[in-house]
Design a protein around this ligand. Structure first.
Ligand code: ZN
Ligand code: ZN
Length: 56
């Protein structure tokens, strides 16, 4: 089982075969790895983490 999910708190995306690793955590995309700096959206359309990040 290497179906790991993104370490972004509100993201349920699978990181897949090419995770973006930052600080020892695997993220599904660069946007999540940078905690959505500048409002950058998750690459996965409709992912709840983008909206959640913008509310902070
Ligand atoms: Zn996501
Ligand atoms: Zn995210």
């Amino acid at each position: 089982m290497n179906e790991q999910t993104c370490a972004c708190p509100d993201c349920n995306c699978k990181v897949g075969n090419t995770p973006v690793v930052r600080d020892g955590k695997a993220y599904c995309c660069e946007a999540c790895a940078t905690h959505h700096a500048g409002g950058k959206p998750c690459v996965h359309a409709g992912c709840g983490c983008t909206k959640a990040a913008q509310q902070h």
